[in-house]
Design a protein around this ligand. Structure first.
Ligand code: E4P
Length: 217
């Protein structure tokens, strides 16, 4: 499973990169607003940190303007992935951009049928938002299972990029289902390594090693 950092904060991205966990980055308009920086500057800087796909989202809602914005975004760097919303215009843009060799991430997916349409439009990534479904007491992981089954039934190449990840458990469940990617906040990615028994075990080994009075080097 590949991991994307879901953030517009370059310090966080560098930290995940230094841990060897970074396969790419996703941003969205809310994350860019949170960064307080210029969108295109942030995307350019992120593309200098990772060679992996970096999702940059169009702001327009109509096809023509989406295509113009996508043209600006994809020129920033080779690894820019254009992110479009799951709407009729977004799917049209996805089809046109994918046909042109641009990687497209179709975002704001909340149903298996939406994911099916994104695959038919040639999306490289589909982003189902599991956390936001859980927030309204629906089952985000059930959506991931259903998309996995549909894509496998028809051998679609579209990658399932689990988004709106809130917990380490979301990552585990998505991996068990066989999702291709997960995009998560840096805090969630960093939490994956933690287990209290690992910490306790280290504490015990350090204390016992000290008692031996030995040194390896
Ligand atoms: C994905 O690409 C989105 O940026 C993100 O995962 C949304 O997460 P949220 O529901 O926590 O805002």
């Amino acid at each position: 499973m590949k991991f994307f950092a879901d953030t517009g904060d370059v310090a966080e991205i560098r930290e995940i990169q230094s841990m060897g966990l970074l396969d790419g980055v996703t941003t969205n308009p809310s994350l860019i607003a949170k960064s307080g920086r210029q969108f295109k500057d942030v995307i350019k800087e992120i593309c200098g940190i990772t060679d992996g796909p970096v999702s940059a989202e169009v702001a327009a809602l109509d096809y023509e303007t989406m295509m113009k914005e996508a043209d600006v975004l994809r020129k920033i760097a080779k690894n820019v992935t254009v992110k479009v919303p799951l709407t009729v215009d977004g799917l049209r843009a996805c089809k046109a951009l994918s046909g042109d060799g641009t990687m497209v991430n179709v975002t704001l997916c909340f149903s298996p049928n939406q994911a099916l349409l994104a695959a038919k439009a040639g999306a490289h990534f589909i982003s189902p938002f599991v956390g936001r479904l859980d927030d309204i007491h629906l089952d985000g992981m059930e959506l991931i299972s259903e998309i996995r089954q549909i894509y496998d039934n028809y051998d679609y190449d579209t990658n399932i990029l689990v988004a709106s990840v809130r917990t380490a458990n979301h990552i585990k469940e998505a991996a068990l289902i066989g999702a291709d990617y997960a995009t998560a906040p840096a805090s969630v990615l960093k939490s994956l390594v933690k287990h209290p028994l690992t910490d306790k075990g280290i504490e015990g080994f350090v204390a016992d090693w000290k008692k031996t009075g030995q040194s390896i080097i």
